[in-house]
Write a protein that binds this ligand. Structure first.
Ligand SMILES: Nc1ncnc2c1ncn2[C@@H]1O[C@H](COP(=O)(O)OP(=O)(O)OP(=O)(O)O)[C@@H](O)[C@H]1O
Length: 122
């Protein structure tokens, strides 16, 4: 297979991200939550360490969402009919998203609980 140029590699990757955003409601929802988390980070002036955890959580969720989308597309292409292995592949990919989302919720609570309480006057 012919070696692709760097610009084509990046363009294909960007098309994959756009595909996930366009076709998957969860990717759009999680992107919205990511924007809210980042805005809250700026508003509350969280520390550099907290930013590292928040950004890790955001990227982990988005990366697993895109991998989940890729698995779904590949499974549907390879085997559009009901099969236990198709179910296993899709459920496992969905499980990865769930774990990442739980991690993000825990990080969000740990980072923003105190600043939000302070902001509410407690
Ligand atoms: N070919 C299949 N064989 C057996 N079970 C399947 C198959 N396709 C889907 N499933 C089951 O249905 C569930 C939902 O699969 P589907 O492809 O509809 O994902 P989805 O609902 O579109 O996911 P998302 O909401 O993340 O886009 C899977 O997790 C799996 O349990």
């Amino acid at each position: 297979m012919k070696r692709r140029s760097w610009s084509l590699v990046f363009r294909n990757a960007a098309e994959g991200i756009v595909y996930g955003f366009r076709t998957q409601r969860n990717v759009r929802v999680h992107s919205g939550v990511a924007v809210i988390m980042c805005s809250a980070g700026f508003i509350f002036g969280i520390s550099r360490t907290d930013w590292m955890f928040v950004l890790t959580a955001i990227f982990l969720v988005l990366v697993t969402e895109l991998m989940n989308t890729a698995v779904e597309a590949a499974v549907d292409l390879a085997h559009p009919h009901i099969h236990p292995l198709a179910k296993a592949a899709k459920d496992t990919a969905a499980g990865a998203v769930l774990l990442a989302a739980v991690f993000a919720v825990v990080i969000g609570c740990m980072v923003f609980f105190k600043p939000v309480l302070h902001w509410l006057g407690f």
